[in-house]
Design a protein around this ligand. Structure first.
Ligand code: SF4
Length: 594
């Protein structure tokens, strides 16, 4: 049984640290990772919160499975308030950092304050030192990682920012090692505002496991599921997430040119198959993962990891660019500058449509790959037009007097699935707690397009409220256990609960885990409301509710958001979009939120 959680609190302003503990009961109610992140942010959510002040904590939280050698289960979460959306947000990543924290005896790391001059934080077995960043400040992600690995060794867990984070780009990412991204929501800008270039974590201890034999047995079974599932055993290892290009094009939901239309036909030259045969030179992935969905690619003299499906789409067809030779270097550049590919691409797409319609002066035009490449650097260094683009599509479109041109929800740019052909995905975008996100929304594409865990028609409206809620709750569980979403395609909740029990000594079932997921999603919802982001923000860009698709398999469709939301709120017992008093009590949330 978990008696307590070990917390390490760091104050960057005073360059001091202290150890603390929290009740182990939190693992049962909020699991870990994303759940604990929301818990430790609860006292800081308020109407006038400034995400880039030193007053909002940055919470790094491991899950109960982190470091226990669970396949695809070595992840960790970073939670704060998003400078892009103003919502509570979490972002998670693979890499060595989570395992290193756990090996150093730290379950949760909480950072407050701000360095006077750029610095780095080094955590070694739960003890902290502070160093000046020196000329690391200003460096790209690969340059910084190379220098840190030379100094601290290959086993160190790293979280670093690039120029985008230093310069306050509202969708700057934090990179975990060279190419694992904490991508969405602008956590890189939060770190940059604190003058913090890097976090280095080393840990040499052992991660305690309650019952190794039980763990071995459940892992053998889970690995069989991972090896048997066609997505985790074949498609992802062979093609990575770009396996989705042809599938989404066939389904009529692959957006192009700022969602003005969708790709027609599936023989696109930018498919995962083309990426694999012409540009992929190796595979890569997170520490301890057997799926290894990452690609190492080379094009036009640029070598690096990615692009993932979303990056390929956002920096390619959504900008009218269809040649992988040009898409790949742009995706690598975003990683090097430390910038979310989805928001960067979608902001450029918004600017291009505004420019083509004469609403915003700019040289950016759909299909101009050279202009895109240059604009990405301009954004990261806030040069010229890049200074405004660094604020995100919502601001760019509002400044032009045409907010409807921004394909965003709550300020977060949407990923590459047109919701007009996937009604559940539309509801997921509208209700995702960190803004327009496929993953936090519940990744309904898995059900509506891939048929995981079972096929649900994309055009169907009735019943989607329950599907979205269930998928969001299970997603919150995965993020809080700190396991990869892709592993949950093959391994059902019951197996994850058995792993938790074997590692921690708790006795929880699969449905209890899902219940914890509901608690986490509802807690985030309540925190957002405290910050003024309520049900009136559960909306979609009018393009999706008022302009039917004109091409592809879903021609004629719009999103029926009103019906979807009504069913979803009823299912969740959130009358009018606000969690009822009964639901809060039932989930035990009053004690966390007052
Ligand atoms: S499947 Fe991909 S993203 Fe998930 S843990 Fe493995 S390498 Fe990382």
């Amino acid at each position: 049984m978990i008696s307590h959680l070990n917390i390490l609190r760091i104050d960057l302003t005073t360059q001091s640290f202290e150890r603390d503990t929290a009740s182990g009961d939190l693992t049962r109610s909020l699991i870990g990772g994303r759940g604990l992140g929301a818990f430790f942010l609860r006292d800081h959510a308020g109407p006038r919160v400034d995400p880039i002040s030193g007053d909002v904590p940055v919470v790094l939280a491991t899950g109960p499975l982190t470091g226990a050698m669970i396949p695809s289960g070595d992840r960790f979460s970073l939670s704060t308030i998003s400078p892009l959306t103003g919502t509570v947000m979490d972002t998670n990543s693979g890499g060595r950092l989570g395992r290193a924290l756990k090996r150093g005896g730290v379950d949760v790391l909480i950072m407050n304050g701000r360095f006077d001059v750029p610095g780095i934080v080094v955590v070694q077995d739960g003890s902290v030192t502070f160093e000046g960043a020196g000329d690391l400040w200003g460096g790209t992600v690969p340059e910084t990682v190379l220098r840190l690995v030379e100094k601290f060794g290959k086993d160190a867990g790293l979280a670093v920012i690039g120029p985008a984070g230093e310069n306050g780009v509202r969708y700057a990412s934090i990179m975990s090692e060279r190419m694992r991204a904490m991508g969405r929501g602008g956590a890189g800008a939060v770190m940059g505002a604190r003058n913090m270039k890097a976090l280095v974590v080393k840990g040499t201890g052992k991660v305690p496991v309650h019952d190794r034999d039980r763990l071995k047995r459940v892992l053998e079974e889970s690995n069989r599921w991972l090896r048997a599932h066609p997505v985790t055993s074949k498609a992802l290892p062979a093609l990575g997430t770009p396996m989705l290009v042809r599938i989404c094009a066939r389904a009529g939901i692959f957006p192009v040119r700022n969602f003005q239309t969708v790709a027609v036909g599936e023989d696109q030259a930018y498919s995962g198959e083309d990426l694999a045969s012409r540009f992929t030179v190796g595979s890569a992935g997170c520490t301890g993962c057997t799926i290894q969905c990452g690609r190492v690619t080379e094009a036009a003299g640029s070598r690096g990891e990615g692009p993932e499906y979303e990056s390929l789409w956002a920096l390619g067809p959504d900008l009218g660019i269809e040649d992988l030779e040009h898409i790949i270097p742009a995706a690598h550049l975003c990683n090097e500058l430390g910038m979310d590919t989805i928001s960067a691409g979608a902001t450029l797409a918004c600017a291009m449509e505004l420019a083509e319609d004469g609403l915003r002066p700019s040289k950016l035009r759909f299909g101009d790959d050279r202009a895109v490449y240059n604009a990405l650097s301009d954004i990261a260094y806030r040069r010229g037009e890049g200074d405004e683009l660094a604020e995100g599509s919502r601001t760019v479109a509002q400044n032009a007097g045409a907010p409807q041109y921004a394909m965003q929800v709550k300020g977060m740019e949407l990923p590459g699935y047109d919701p007009r052909g996937a009604q559940g995905q539309g509801l997921a975008y509208a209700t995702s707690n960190r803004g327009g996100c496929h993953l936090r929304g519940g990744y309904l594409i898995a059900r509506e397009i891939l048929g995981i865990p079972k096929k649900v028609s994309g055009s169907m409206v009735l019943g989607k409220g329950g599907h979205v809620a269930r998928a969001q709750d299970f997603g919150a569980v995965a993020d809080s256990l700190s396991v990869c979403r892709f592993a949950t395609f093959a391994v059902a909740p019951e197996y994850w609960s058995r792993m938790v029990n074997a590692v921690t000594g708790l006795q929880v079932g699969g449905e209890e885990l899902i219940r914890s997921g509901e608690r986490i999603v509802t807690l985030e919802r309540i925190l957002n409301q405290k910050m003024g982001i309520g049900p009136d923000r559960d909306i979609l860009p009018p393009r999706f509710t008022q302009e039917p698709l004109t091409e592809g398999a879903c021609a004629g469709e719009v999103v029926h958001l009103r019906e979807l939301l009504g069913e979803y709120y009823a299912h969740r017992d959130w009358p009018g979009g606000v969690p009822s008093a009964g639901k809060r009590k039932e989930l035990g949330l009053d004690e966390y939120t007052g």
